[in-house]
Design a protein around this ligand. Structure first.
Ligand code: HEM
Length: 112
């Protein structure tokens, strides 16, 4: 019986590794149904240990540990783009467009 349990738990373990390896690219942490008002979003500015969140098309993304973001500032914009805002219009004008969003954890949505 013990052996059977061991084999079963090994299989479950292997399965979850496989799922992780092939799983969807879209990362999501926490409750994606969390709603943020613009006022609440503004607190996630990446400063003083705050997390850094940015909204695009009503979805709130976590850029705290994102490449090219440092303490809530999007480095290539030389300080012009800060976290804590709705950047829907800004990203339209960026060289990379929305494809970069697929790599970011989703943390919620913007309250309408
Ligand atoms: C989440 C919302 C984001 C917005 C609104 C945004 C916006 C922008 C804007 C406006 C620029 C142009 C800067 C300038 O030349 O003045 C830019 C550049 C750049 N961004 Fe973003 N960005 C976002 C996320 C990201 C992410 C997650 C990455 C990392 C993969 C990234 C990587 C870059 C890079 C490498 C550049 C330099 C130009 C290039 O090589 O494409 N951005 N971004």
């Amino acid at each position: 019986m013990k052996k059977l349990l061991l084999v079963l738990s090994l299989l479950v373990g292997l399965n979850s590794v496989a799922l992780n390896a092939t799983g969807t690219k879209h990362v999501s942490h926490g409750d994606v149904n969390t709603e943020f008002t613009l006022e609440q979003l503004a607190k996630y500015d990446g400063k003083n240990g705050n997390k850094a969140y940015v909204a695009v098309d009503g979805v709130v993304y976590d850029v705290t540990n994102a490449e090219y973001w440092k303490n809530g500032t999007h480095v290539p914009t030389e300080g012009k783009l800060q976290a804590g805002i709705d950047a829907t219009e800004v990203i339209k004008k960026s060289p990379h467009g929305k494809k970069v969003l697929a790599e970011l954890p989703v943390v919620g949505k913007l309250k309408k």
